[in-house]
Design a protein around this ligand. Structure first.
Ligand code: GLU
Length: 443
């Protein structure tokens, strides 16, 4: 049997880490099973969906390295949804309702006041043809509800195990709004049928939707796919992931110099009991992937953990892999090897390039000391030993050692109190700039 997955974002915003996690897990599962992943843009909400977001989502997925086998847009599929709607209508599984939003709200409040569950009372089902005609004559347009079978729907969820949902306690869902536009459920199920989706992996906020989707699949005469519902991502404190915590849209992460493989490495393991480890390629992540490792407990996303992982990834990244990501003309392997152990992001790596190439305004506390040290700089082009030779000479001649020796030299040469090993930095900065900076000049 061929397997097919889908990732179905709504282009009403850019992807955040929660969406990216679902995209990744779908992609990993598909890759593991040798199937494809459809990218389905759920753009039925025409007011909030934009082309900019649709393109942004594709850009972000490509950045992560998650390719899709097919791109589909729900806005192109109106005819298929109409056909499904007609089929449901013919089968008596869909009925017109004329209540306004306020009337429904009033009913809900009354039920709640009587301590009853706020489930739609199906009064529209009892309308006579005359009553319907009267509503139409008033200018009311119907919205259409799906008549749920009042049964328990059950499935073996790949993450949650056996799930049973009693549809008797659910309102018949609205499939088509009074302006004729379909809401999420019908397009989602029709697409899953038409695109032959074998596995639906989504957030646990969709568990009750799945129960009614199972009924829709069956009502439309289709087989039911496999399901997995993943717990949502939480913030580091266990509360909901909020924008305020920052660095959660993939765009922001990318702009802050985070590597996509750090994101993939972390998101593939959050919510499992497996350790989070740096993976340099998606292939390695696929190898370690197993949907049953995900637990039902909420997974916490901590931007600090991502940053640590990114630092680890860079610390042993070879020059071949770093070159394009660094994207600096003139930067070479020696530069990369000198600084990679001291950076958490590629942005920081670029800052070190600026330190090497200048101009840098040296931080000078004691010019006399620097002038005396300058006189002791070794002759000739610098090599890895030059720093040692120089600082030994300064120590012997000027009687200064430890921090009092190293910190002023580092501050003069790099304008920073910490950083990569100075024997490497001295070689990279080179004699001319080093001499100028030791004189207190910006160079
Ligand atoms: N657009 C829906 C969402 O983002 C898709 C859910 C699904 O996977 O069916 O929640």
């Amino acid at each position: 049997m061929t397997v097919k997955f889908r990732f179905a974002p709504s282009p009403t915003g850019f992807l955040h880490v929660g969406n990216a996690r679902l995209a990744l897990i779908n992609w990993l599962y598909a890759s593991k099973e040798g199937g494809g992943m459809v990218l389905r843009l759920d753009d039925t909400d025409t007011e909030r969906s934009t082309e900019e977001y649709a393109e942004g989502i594709q850009e972000d997925l490509k950045w992560l390295g998650l390719e899709w086998s097919d791109l589909r847009k729900q806005s192109d599929r109106g005819e298929a949804y109409t056909a499904a709607f007609e089929a449901l209508k013919a089968a008596g599984r869909i009925y017109p309702c004329y209540e306004t939003g306020e009337e429904l709200e009033y009913k809900r409040k009354r039920q709640l006041a009587r301590k009853l569950p706020p489930v739609y009372d199906r009064s529209a089902l009892k309308l006579s043809d005359e009553e319907k005609a009267a509503f139409e004559a008033e200018g009311r347009k119907p919205h259409w509800r799906f008549l749920l079978d009042q049964e328990v729907v059950a499935w073996d969820d790949k993450v949650r195990g056996r799930v049973e949902v009693d549809c008797a306690s659910m309102s018949d869902p609205v499939l088509i709004r009074s302006d004729g536009r379909p809401l999420y459920h019908l397009p989602s199920v029709v697409d899953d049928i038409d695109f032959q989706i074998s596995h639906v992996i989504r957030g646990e906020d969709h568990v009750s939707n799945t129960a009614l989707h199972v009924q829709l699949f069956k009502a439309l005469g289709a087989g039911v796919p496999e399901f997995a519902h993943l717990p949502l991502l939480m913030g580091p404190d266990g509360g909901p992931l909020s924008k305020r915590e920052g660095s959660q849209s993939l765009r922001e992460l990318r702009e802050s110099g985070i590597d996509p493989m750090s994101v993939n490495s972390l998101l593939a393991r959050l919510g499992t009991s497996d350790n989070v480890e740096v993976r340099h390629t998606l292939k390695e992540v696929v190898e370690g992937f197993d949907i049953t490792r995900f637990s039902r407990a909420a997974a916490k996303f901590d931007p600090a953990e991502l940053m640590n992982l990114n630092a680890k990834l860079l610390h042993d990244m070879p020059w071949d892999a770093a070159r394009d990501k660094l994207a600096i003309d003139g930067a070479d392997e020696a530069f990369w090897l000198a600084i990679r152990g001291n950076v958490s992001t590629m942005l920081e790596a670029r800052e070190w390039w600026d330190v090497v190439t200048g101009p840098v305004s040296p931080v000078v506390e004691d010019q006399a000391f620097l002038t005396a040290a300058l006189a002791l700089l070794p002759e000739g082009p610098f090599n890895d030993d030059s720093w040692k030779q120089w600082t030994t000479a300064v120590k012997d001649e000027l009687g200064v050692k430890g921090k009092a020796l190293f910190l002023p030299l580092r501050l003069a040469l790099t304008a920073k109190p910490h950083g990569p090993e100075m024997n490497k930095m001295l070689v990279l900065i080179g004699r001319d700039k080093a001499m100028a900076r030791l004189t207190g000049e910006t160079a």
